[in-house]
Design a protein around this ligand. Structure first.
Ligand code: PEP
Ligand code: MG
Length: 598
């Protein structure tokens, strides 16, 4: 039966595919695709784990038999028998085999997928005793997962990536999937940004999560993947079943489950229209971004990994305006890497980004973990702190761990010997933080001098993403060469709206007069003082705001590569002479959204 689930649209386009439900198990498991030649090994891993757990249960049963009824009641022995039965259950083993052979899931992923399917069958049982066996099945699977820990042959996801039609024409070096023929869409309750990073290299044609806001970091990574995505879809992961056909409408924020042939045909048509539109836009790639009245506008790229520079260059970016360096630090546990990347590893990564941009500038933001970007794979909701967005995050984190911060600073300074790097500091609010940061940068230089290591000059910038910073611009401009406005956080902190919370997403308003006032004043003050200013929050990539930002005097926009051409189209149609007075009107309006919509 066809039904729809509504959420928040975060990445444009239509995806049609079979649902892959990623369940959150009590044990963190890696999700990656294996190569067809690894199928037997992967099935073997499950078999060995099953034999080992069976032996473990036999031993437990034997020791229970030796105990008296006081220490080991009869129920315990009966329970162990149930566990043995569940372990040997064909539905479990055959299902796991199916996911490994047909979908090329790694063994852990196959196990948790099959667990989810059987668990739902248990949930639907009338008999209470049988229903409660679900917990036993979960325990059995957890035993298996524990046994399998450390036996994985490959941990990094290496699936072939599926191309979009518009990409296909000029991109011959990307292989199209040779193992999986059906398009797959990912449905999960929650995905951490680190999980998203893993999936970034995968075959998924779209994403849906139950939680998250439009500018949550999970949504940002989904957007950077340029595939349709819907977040905040509340109960999608409960309603959709493994392998259901699903349509993701990333423009409307709707997920249609089990669509009828008529609906499928309609969305198939929309999908083709979208591909055509992208093809049309791609012709703007090499056109300089200049307004009708001759104002040059820099369209820069936001990236998460050095390899993203490839897409940035392809999209016609004139530099990187925001390299979210924290992504180098995240999700390392599941790849069995050291907890933090050392100076050399970071230096190599920054150097790759600089080289990838072929002489264009690269703005590297120092680590911004915390809030909805935990270092390990745990989702934000599993964090211990009550208000993580107001806690130890970004520069606060760095200043609390100077050794880690100095390592990153040295790596960035060294990479600056290979090209133009702008060093950007996130979440500053206090003059004391600014001074501390600058003295650590001096200290990092002195350390490199002492070691006799070559390094380059960097321009220094600060992010304006806390209202306190936007209200004390003169202090910031005394110390920094440029400012970059992080509207995602500026909106969150100005309006007291958690950007990752779908329950208040309707109040997360980029067009709120207070937000627009802070953005406009920051741009104006930088221009007055002849300092560089850009916007690198999601607002910069939203074509609804291009004209307004141009009217405020902005000439540098940083966004995901996939958004550059749409924004460029707006720039090419704009006349800043007309936009300046209009932007003043918008700024003075009680309800700017009304004027923006016209
Ligand atoms: C922002 O806050 O606007 C920003 C660009 O930084 P992030 O989204 O990584 O917090
Ligand atoms: Mg921010």
């Amino acid at each position: 039966m066809t039904f729809a689930v509504h959420g928040l649209p975060v990445a444009r386009g239509i995806a049609i595919g079979r649902a892959v439900l990623v369940v959150s198990s009590r044990i963190d498991v890696a999700h990656y695709f294996i190569k067809p030649e690894e199928i037997d090994t992967e099935i073997g891993r499950v078999r060995s784990a099953r034999n080992a757990v069976a032996e473990e249960l036999v031993k437990l049963q034997a020791s229970v038999a030796l105990m008296g009824p006081k220490d080991a009641p009869h129920e315990l022995s009966a329970l162990l028998e149930v566990h043995q039965m569940l372990l040997q259950d064909e539905a479990l083993s055959e299902g796991v085999k199916h996911w490994i052979t047909e979908r090329l899931y790694n063994a852990e992923w196959a196990l948790t997928t099959q667990l989810e399917i059987i668990a739902r069958q248990f949930d639907e049982m009338e008999d209470e005793y049988l229903r409660e066996r679900k917990a036993d099945l979960e325990q059995v699977v957890e035993r298996l997962l524990h046994r399998m820990k450390g036996t994985a042959a490959v941990l990094a996801p290496k699936p072939p990536r599926r191309k979009r039609a518009a990409e296909a024409e000029d991109d011959e070096d990307v292989t199209v999937s040779d193992g999986i023929d059906v398009p797959l869409v990912l449905i999960a309750h929650d995905l951490s940004p680190a999980d998203m990073l893993q999936f970034k290299k995968s075959v998924f044609a779209g994403f849906v999560t139950d939680v998250g806001g439009r500018t949550s970091h999970t949504a940002i990574v989904a957007r950077s993947m340029d595939i349709p995505a819907v977040v905040g879809a509340r109960s999608a992961s409960q309603l959709v079943r493994q392998d259901d056909w699903v349509i993701i409408d990333g423009d409307a924020g709707v997920v249609i489950v089990d669509p009828s042939p008529i609906i499928l045909a309609e969305y198939g048509f929309k999908q083709r229209q979208g591909d055509l539109e992208r093809g049309r836009l791609s012709r703007l790639r090499h056109k300089p971004a200049v307004t009708l009245d001759g104002e040059r506008v820099d369209l820069l790229a936001n990236i998460e990994m050095p390899e993203d520079t490839l897409n940035a260059v392809k999209a016609g970016a004139v530099g990187v305006g925001l390299f979210r360096s924290e992504f180098l630090f995240m999700g390392r546990e599941s790849q069995r890497l050291s907890r933090l990347p050392d100076e050399e590893e970071q230096y190599q990564a920054y150097k790759r980004a600089v080289e990838g941009m072929q002489g264009m500038p690269v703005t590297i933001r120092t680590i911004d973990v915390g809030a909805d970007k935990p270092l390990d794979g745990k989702s934000a909701s599993k964090q211990e702190h009550l208000n993580p967005a107001l806690g130890l995050r970004a520069i606060r984190w760095s200043l609390a761990d100077p050794a880690m911060f100095l390592t990153q600073l040295r790596a960035i300074l060294r990479a600056a010997a290979h090209g133009e790097i702008h060093l950007l500091i996130p979440m500053l609010a206090h003059a004391s933080e600014i001074r501390q940061t600058l003295s650590l940068i001096d200290f990092a230089r002195a350390e490199l001098d002492n070691r006799g290591v070559v390094y380059g000059h960097v321009k220094l910038g600060a992010m304006i993403e806390i209202p306190a910073a936007a209200l004390t611009l003169k202090t910031f401009l005394k110390y920094f060469d440029f400012l970059s406005i992080g509207t995602n956080d500026l909106i969150q902190y100005t309006l007291a709206i958690d950007r990752a919370d779908e329950a208040v997403a309707h109040l997360y308003d980029p067009a709120h007069p207070a937000v627009l006032r802070l953005v406009a004043d920051t741009i104006a003050e930088c221009r007055r003082q002849g300092k560089g200013v850009s916007v690198c929050g999601e607002m910069a990539g939203d074509p609804q705001f291009t004209r307004l930002l141009l009217g405020m005097g902005l000439r540098s926009f940083s966004m995901h590569p996939s958004q550059i051409l749409t924004v460029k189209q707006e720039v090419l149609r704009a006349d800043t002479n007309k936009l300046v007075p209009w932007a003043q009107q918008v700024l003075e309006a009680d309800d700017p959204a009304v004027l923006l919509a016209r």
